[in-house]
Write a protein that binds this ligand. Structure first.
Ligand SMILES: [Ca+2]
Ligand SMILES: [Ca+2]
Length: 514
């Protein structure tokens, strides 16, 4: 309700401004719209990637942005492609922008598989027009089954590390350099094994990862101390910070600095509600002083007197923003040192397995790393992950994911969510539960999706399960999630998990049109 009222008054305000000072840039953009340049895209698996174009039509006078996201159709974002997630920034006069989706070229014969695309969250008063949802179809190029795993090929192995840790395609020089590190062993198997471990770890240890992924990881310590970012949010942030950055290429430092400056302001806006819920006390105004102290308290660091004073003074003088202060606190040297090992462990799960860590594994590897004073070779940590069945299976899986769509509601409220399942056993379970009251538990992705257009969010298909009981902290009405989406992940629905008590699986719905 508040939202509608605000919209109304903003509108009145805009008209008043129009009458007095003429058209503002925001108003001029109303005749402008974003869309994909096609509703379907085709890609060969062997191409390694597909480029997608987004256009802005109509009035192009202002600088505006729109968010984009891929999601698993029948292709899996763990095994078949690297999710492409982020914000496209159109400068004044710009009408097209592109992004690339990286495709994994395995050796396995497969049927054609699909990737879903969405555009959302336009800024600057720009509208959305069709198609704002699109689909990429990947055609396979493997005729006969192969017993080989492509991850055993050095070039594939190195390329995959660029995708998994840096969220980008390799540059030729880097690809050649790391490939040669392993290939210089020739046929010496022992040498190759050692080099593969060292090359793999080098991606976490690289300046590029330390400045992008490790920086992102530290930001989420303010967000919620006991939780990591969810893998997908992490991938988005890494791609945003690292956009166009290739360490060693001319001008990379300037590019990285510009990215970081824009990124931290954007991150702050996106996460402000959760961040403030974590560092402030709702009974008091979050003054500059309380903000700075709250940040340090959250990460249990005692700042030097000067360090604290300079930040507070910078805020009152307007030479710092709350976002730039957040960045400086995240770069506190003691904090950077302390978080290094936990981040190394989390990246084993994010980078190699593309999933959230489990608490047990996290503690196990942190203990082991500490036991060997941070030496990942003697702790056999990287090795354990790169030889694991779970990692290796990412590059040999061949089955297209099934897709089935269901609706649940929350009687007596007229609220409903359409969700997708892509696991055969879970689909069968859901079909057997139609008409029954069951708690639908799932991880909230803060993005709209074509099959659930009534909502600003959707549930991650692989995370969904059904239960007769659930813990209280994830209980919520459906509408409350939409209304309070900015606060999801903090004290409201920590870890982004929702489980509305009293939800009912209403029906299976036909595949919704895009
Ligand atoms: Ca292939
Ligand atoms: Ca294939």
């Amino acid at each position: 309700m508040t939202f509608t009222r605000d919209l109304c008054c903003l509108f009145v305000f805009v008209i008043l401004v129009l009458e007095t000072v003429g058209p503002s840039p925001t108003v001029a953009q109303i005749n402008s719209a974003f869309r994909f340049d096609a509703s379907t895209y085709a890609a060969q698996e062997s191409a390694g990637g597909v480029q997608v174009t987004v256009t802005r039509s109509g009035d192009t006078a202002g600088a505006v942005t729109v968010d984009y996201a891929t999601s698993s159709g029948t292709a899996s974002e763990r095994t078949d492609f690297t999710p492409a997630l982020g914000t496209l920034r159109f400068a004044a006069g710009e009408t097209t922008k592109t992004f690339t989706i990286l495709i994994t070229d395995n050796f396995t014969p497969e049927s054609s598989e699909t990737i879903d695309l969405m555009l959302f969250k336009p800024t600057g008063g720009v509208a959305m027009s069709a198609p704002d949802a699109a689909v990429v179809t990947i055609s396979d190029d493997d005729a006969t089954p192969s017993s080989a795993n492509p991850i055993d090929e050095t070039r594939f192995f190195v390329r995959q590390h660029y995708n998994d840790f840096l969220g980008r395609q390799p540059d030729q020089a880097g690809l050649d350099f790391w490939t040669n590190q392993i290939e210089s062993c020739g046929t010496d198997a022992q040498c190759r094994e050692v080099k593969r471990i060292n090359v793999s770890a080098a991606f976490f240890l690289s300046i590029e990862f330390q400045e992008t992924g490790y920086f992102v990881r530290r930001l989420y310590r303010f967000y919620s101390a006991n939780l990591w970012p969810i893998w997908r949010e992490f991938m988005r942030d890494v791609q945003e910070v690292g956009r166009g950055v290739v360490v060693g290429a001319p001008g990379w430092q300037e590019r990285l600095e510009a990215n970081k400056r824009a990124f931290i302001e954007d991150w702050y806006v996106r996460h402000r509600v959760v961040l403030e819920s974590q560092i402030g006390d709702p009974r008091y105004t979050l003054t500059d002083e309380r903000y700075v102290d709250g940040l340090f308290r959250k990460i249990q660091i005692t700042p030097a007197v000067d360090e604290r004073r300079v930040l507070i003074d910078g805020l009152s003088a307007g030479t710092e923003t709350r976002a730039s202060v957040l960045r400086k606190v995240a770069d506190n040297p003691e904090f950077v040192r302390r978080e290094f090992r936990p981040a190394f462990v989390i990246m084993q799960y994010f980078g190699y397995l593309r999933r959230e860590p489990d608490g047990f594994g996290l503690r196990f590897w942190e203990d082991k790393l500490n036991q060997f004073d941070g030496d990942f070779v003697r702790a056999e940590m990287v090795k354990a992950f790169i030889v694991s069945g779970e990692y290796r299976e990412r590059f040999t899986r061949s089955d297209a994911l099934p897709e089935a769509f269901f609706e649940f509601d929350y009687p007596p409220r007229p609220e409903a969510v359409v969700f997708k399942l892509n696991d055969p056993a879970r689909i069968a379970e859901a079909r057997g539960l139609i008409g029954h009251y069951r708690i639908v538990i799932g991880t909230i992705i803060k993005e709209p999706i074509y099959y659930n257009r009534a909502r600003r969010f959707h549930l991650e298909p692989g995370s969904i399960r059904f239960a007769e009981g659930a813990i209280e902290v994830c209980d919520t009405a459906i509408g409350a999630v939409d209304d309070g989406l900015e606060g999801v992940g903090g004290s409201f629905l920590p870890g982004n998990v929702m489980c509305p008590w009293g939800s009912r699986i209403v029906r299976e719905v036909p595949p919704p049109p895009r």
